[in-house]
Design a protein around this ligand. Sequence first.
Ligand SMILES: Nc1ncnc2c1ncn2[C@@H]1O[C@H](COP(=O)(O)OP(=O)(O)O)[C@@H](O)[C@H]1O
Ligand SMILES: [Mg+2]
Length: 360
Amino acid sequence: MLASITVQQFRNILQAELSPAPAINLILGENGSGKTSLLEAIFLLAMGRSFRSRFLKALVNNQHERLTVFARSSDQTPIGLQYDLSSGLQIRLNNAPLKKLSDLALHLPVQFIPANCHQFFELGPKFRRRMVDWGVFHVEHHFNFHWQSYKKSLQQRNAAIKQRKSKIEISLWDKYLVEHGNSITQMRQRYLQRLVEYFKPLFNELCPELTATEFTLRYLQGWNKESEFAQYLADNLERDLALGYTRSGAHAADWSLRVDGADPYEMLSRGQQKLFFLALSMAQIQLLADTKQLTNSILMIDDLSSELDWQHQQTVISTLRTLPVQSFISTTNDELKSLLSSENEKLFHVKHGEISAELS
Ligand SMILES: Nc1ncnc2c1ncn2[C@@H]1O[C@H](COP(=O)(O)OP(=O)(O)O)[C@@H](O)[C@H]1O
Ligand SMILES: [Mg+2]
């Protein structure tokens, strides 16, 4: 949870200081005012990357050379981030230089819900892997170790393939891929099975008109399910040599949650798909709170009002109140402010990059 945030020279925000409320924060402003930029600054602070630009230089205000984001969490831990066009990225956690990006993520479990989140099940598998891995990372202590080890072995195997090393040398990496890949697969599957159980009642609440629906989890582990991973790698070495990289494995996994046997994007309206994604994100919050007593989750919803009618926007807000989460919700819909209660909730106006809190 964040107690204060300072943003400087970040996109069109030259200087902003805010003390968000512990529960719901509504960010209200016209198109182009800087709402998504504010969420992006918080995301950058938690993840060390942006959700909309690959290169951080795009985030620096175009009249300046560096951006800064500084925050204090509710336990007063300071987190500071600076990106300078010439000296690059510097992050400090608790007044010391950050050693690993994963320390930052552990400290600030942030989920971001983009305005186009209804496309979640149509987009590539990368987005779905990212979502489940975010949750597994927080729940399973060893996941990050297995994932980092897997990635390194995969890079080595791919380099050996590119350099046309002998088959024996390429296959040396297989046993590491198998060991870590199998652990990753087990953790993801176990996590997703639990997530679905948390998801169902939340989706019912957000979308009561679909109460009778059956949900089934489908997990694609990233290689032919009939084979052991080790055997599969060996059998497909010729194919990988022809492609120039290792195609199959835990890095190619995917999953879906079928709705009455069909893909969500075939069955559900865009609004319902958005609620589907919202319920999944909320399920992660509840699961983390129950398993790890992790109650400092942050949820950012960009443009809540797009795709959702008034009734459903209201239901999202009231459901958020039941969860252990601090949320930042951006909208262009002025009417949403009538839903806020004074306790633990705050309204912020964004205009031409300036952010002000409305006093209640
Ligand atoms: N590096 C930058 N420097 C200055 N302005 C920028 C930069 N990047 C984007 N902008 C501008 O910031 C404004 C705010 O964008 P955004 O946060 O996406 O608005 P909103 O989400 O409120 O619609 C836009 O007008 C955009 O053109
Ligand atoms: Mg926006």
